[in-house]
Design a protein around this ligand. Structure first.
Ligand SMILES: [Zn+2]
Length: 107
């Protein structure tokens, strides 16, 4: 049995955050407060475009510029990847959270 971790509350009246959130009516102000983190809009097209453009520039003779484009594209891809990983971790944390129905704290 889980209880609220707040020392002033310690109520055993806690709910799964995802279930609680789903049961809220959409007009409830709590619906936004307890909403899950947004799904990341992962877009690798800029990274891929940079790498493709870099290869094209290199085959056209612009080795240095081409390498810069490839490195930039790969770096951007890594940034997008990190952002996706972070957002997935936030989402997983939300899915395993609980809400206290007495003091409305989440944990
Ligand atoms: Zn509480």
């Amino acid at each position: 049995m889980i209880a609220c971790p707040s020392p002033k509350c310690s109520s055993p009246n806690v709910a799964d955050l995802p279930h609680y959130w789903q049961s809220l009516p959409s007009e409830s102000p709590l619906k936004a407060k307890y909403a899950p983190p947004a799904r990341p809009k992962a877009s690798y097209w800029a990274a891929v475009a940079g790498i493709v453009a870099g290869v094209l520039v290199i085959t056209g003779g612009g080795v240095l510029l081409g390498l810069l484009l490839i490195v930039g594209g790969a770096g951007w891809g890594a940034v997008v990847y990190k952002a996706v990983q972070w957002a997935e971790a936030q989402r997983a944390a939300w899915e395993s959270s609980h809400v206290c129905l007495a003091c409305t704290g989440t944990f």
